[in-house]
Design a protein around this ligand. Structure first.
Ligand SMILES: Cc1ncc(C[n+]2csc(CCOP(=O)(O)OP(=O)(O)O)c2C)c(N)n1
Ligand SMILES: [Mg+2]
Length: 338
């Protein structure tokens, strides 16, 4: 990775942090409604893993799927940040025409397959996407991001077993941030080391790594992705991380101490990476300041502008996009006859 790539990666992570923090403000201004789960603190995970995957190539991308903390995964896969912001605003120019909102970001043109509100929902879908890759005979893979709490869902166990038995080209990335809403992992999960669960129970290749240092994430992700793409079967990558904000917007964080937060903040992925690049003289403090200014300008003058100026969906279009506008007659025939 050359210096230009290193600067780009730092810029991406700062952009993701600022994008998320700006959605926080828009939410407080009541411009964004519904649920909003922010990714601040976990940037090195999505950025590092997807940097090692095929992204930004449209339909040639690897398939990416995740839960409700999904804005950054969508953007790094290739979705337009302006369209993601407009989606959060519920506007017609959003990537799901304003019908999905924060938890249901989707961009099929980039193989970003959602954005799901139900915990555990993406697992079997990821296995299905991987099976599709296998049948099509491409060397694409499916990448499924999941939370530590989601691993106690039944779909987790069903999918791990099937993925292994069928040797599916799927990478599971567990973003272990230690909490499921306000419940610490030690209170909910008998084996808190997630990678051990799939190793012992499903004989799946797995490993656990620090998820705050992006270099570390990229090295681990490269190994895992190479393994999956070479046809060896599924891989489970556990990355230890922390969310700096609450679970969603209504969270007073009474379940954790300020001391614990401060400890993790010392390992802020953006700070770790910028310190590293400063030390290696890849860039200067002034370069970072300029980068931040440029990012803030872009978010305000391009992205927020696009969302604010976007039209509201029309009430008469309420049913639009609910069903396929050109459905297969074999499916609507029986319905019409009833
Ligand atoms: C099937 C289902 N059960 C319960 C919930 C409520 N719920 C939303 S998030 C969450 C915790 C998930 O935690 P984790 O998987 O660790 O993800 P994180 O929020 O930490 O990213 C729960 C229980 C839900 N959305 N879906
Ligand atoms: Mg969690």
């Amino acid at each position: 990775m050359d210096n230009a790539d290193k600067k780009r990666l730092l810029r991406e992570m700062i952009f993701y942090r600022r994008f998320e923090e700006r959605t926080f403000e828009a939410y407080m201004e009541r411009k964004i409604g519904g649920f909003l789960h922010l990714y601040s603190g976990q940037e090195a995970v999505a950025t590092g893993v997807l940097e090692m995957a095929v992204t930004g190539q449209g339909k040639d991308n690897d398939y990416v799927i995740t839960g409700y903390r999904d804005h950054i995964h969508a953007i790094k896969t290739g979705a337009s940040p302006s369209e993601v912001m407009a989606e959060l605003y519920g506007k017609e120019n959003g990537c799901c025409k304003g019908r999905g909102g924060s938890m249901h970001i989707f961009d099929a043109s980039q193989n970003f397959m959602g954005g799901y509100a139900l915990v555990g929902q993406p697992f079997p879908l990821a296995a299905g996407l991987a099976m599709g890759c296998k049948h099509k005979g491409t060397d694409q893979i499916a990448i499924c991001f999941l939370g530590d709490g989601a691993n106690n869902q039944g779909t987790f166990h069903e999918t791990m077993n099937m993925a292994k038995i069928w040797n599916l080209p799927v990478l599971f990335v567990c973003e272990n941030n230690g909490y499921a809403i306000g419940t610490h992992i030690n209170r909910s999960t008998a084996q808190p080391d997630q990678y051990k669960r799939v190793d012992t129970a499903y004989c799946m290749e797995s490993s656990q790594h620090d998820g705050m240092d992006i270099d570390n994430v990229m090295a681990a992700a490269k190994e895992a992705i190479d393994y999956v793409r070479s046809g060896k079967g599924p891989y489970f990558l556990e990355l230890m991380t922390y969310r700096f904000r609450g679970h969603s917007m209504s969270d007073s964080k009474g379940y954790r101490t300020r001391e614990e937060e401060k400890e993790w903040e010392k390992r802020d992925p953006i700070k770790l990476y910028s310190d590293k690049l400063l030390k290696a003289k890849v860039l200067t403090e002034a370069d970072i300041k300029a980068m931040e200014k440029e990012i803030d300008d872009e978010i305000e003058n391009v992205i927020i502008k696009f969302a604010e100026e976007g039209p509201e969906p029309k009430v008469e279009d309420l049913n639009k996009y609910v069903l396929d506008d050109n459905p297969d007659p074999r499916w609507i025939g029986p319905l019409q006859n009833n």
